[in-house]
Write a protein that binds this ligand. Sequence first.
Ligand SMILES: NC(=O)C1=CN([C@@H]2O[C@H](COP(=O)(O)OP(=O)(O)OC[C@H]3O[C@@H](n4cnc5c(N)ncnc54)[C@H](OP(=O)(O)O)[C@@H]3O)[C@@H](O)[C@H]2O)C=CC1
Ligand SMILES: O=C1OC[C@@H](O)[C@H](O)[C@H]1O
Length: 387
Amino acid sequence: MASLFGFLARNLAILDPPEAKPAAGSPLRFGILGAADIGPNALLKPAKSHPEAVVYAVAARDQARAAAYAKKHGIEKVYGSYQELLDDPEVDCIYNPLPNGLHYEWTMKALAAGKHVLLEKPAANTVEETRAMFELAEEKNLVLLEAFHYRFHPATQRVKDILGSGEVGAIRAIKANLKIFDRYYKPTDIRYQLSLGGGAVMDMGCYCINIMRFLAGLEPTEVLGVTHQPSPKETGPDSALVDRAADATFDLPGGIIGAISCDMAQPLTLRNILTFRILDFDVKITCEKGEIYLMNYLLPNHYHFITIKTADGKQRTEKAYTFPALGEPWWSTYRYQLEAFVNKVKGRPVHHWVSKEDSIANMQAIESIYTKSGLGIRPKSEWVFAQ
Ligand SMILES: NC(=O)C1=CN([C@@H]2O[C@H](COP(=O)(O)OP(=O)(O)OC[C@H]3O[C@@H](n4cnc5c(N)ncnc54)[C@H](OP(=O)(O)O)[C@@H]3O)[C@@H](O)[C@H]2O)C=CC1
Ligand SMILES: O=C1OC[C@@H](O)[C@H](O)[C@H]1O
């Protein structure tokens, strides 16, 4: 009963977080590029409970759309073009949730305008673009973070700590899944458009790859095999080049085998429903002296569990919603991420981070899968950076 109450209380607070009292000094003013669907969960709600973050402006290609979004979410300033927002000197930080294929262009423009950037995953369409963005951020002494929000949550870090403790011994294999059911995304969704950087490996596989690399603490040396399903024909002329779903296996140093499985439209068959395959956000780490399983690594703030099986046949379950000295049970992955982002911009220590090298290596693994599958890497931006 107590845990049911905890679940409900936590999830109600995630939906409508308590408002923080503004801290003394000037808050960081964020501007959002695009009236994006993910904006409320990834930034607007987390900022509400952050004493030093304010979402001050939004820009959309259509000013009326930006105005409607601003009204709905209580955003002060509205722009009818992304560049106008970047030109606003009142904006300190940009949140870039544009389609993947536009990440590079608008992140480069934001950095060139002197703004820190919280950039949605995957960082860009290619490794080359990813590297260029991070190099410009370094050159300009600005913060750039690829928004792998799940990495900032205590549950993810707890799994990493258990692995590091030696309790279950060395890792032998990691299998990460991320699947969502059919009809969750419409055929017109950005995720199905090749020119916008579509594909399951880009959209969902990027998380599977990221958690595999993070937990192993190693980079894959080779893609051993890939299978993929093309997107439905009604998604557009490039559907054959846009993976609706993909499975890949990797060789990691030390003989570790990594496997990922992602699907943007898992068929709603009775078998898939009964075997819990239609919503699958889990990771299993098989080790020399046991096994760890994390159910829901993507959004563990809503609900998750970590099962630890040891060689002596014992099994226990853990949950981690807060760090010993940071967070509230209702803090979402995005709220933990915002905490780190604000601290980084303010020059303070951060509890966790996703580095430049990490983002480049993740993109490298994505490219390796697309190359091995024969689909080819996603098209690089036609926009050319001229400083
Ligand atoms: N961290 C997370 O949990 C999540 C991350 N994401 C990532 O965020 C990004 C956006 O995803 P999501 O919010 O679902 O996307 P949306 O479909 O809401 O698109 C985001 C914005 O892209 C803009 N846009 C610009 N050019 C185009 C174009 N040619 N076609 C369509 N849209 C365009 C639109 O802006 P305008 O308003 O100006 O028209 C739109 O508001 C992706 O990179 C995705 O991977 C998505 C979901 C969850
Ligand atoms: O968090 C997420 O999960 C589902 C994906 O399709 C989305 O883009 C993403 O970032």
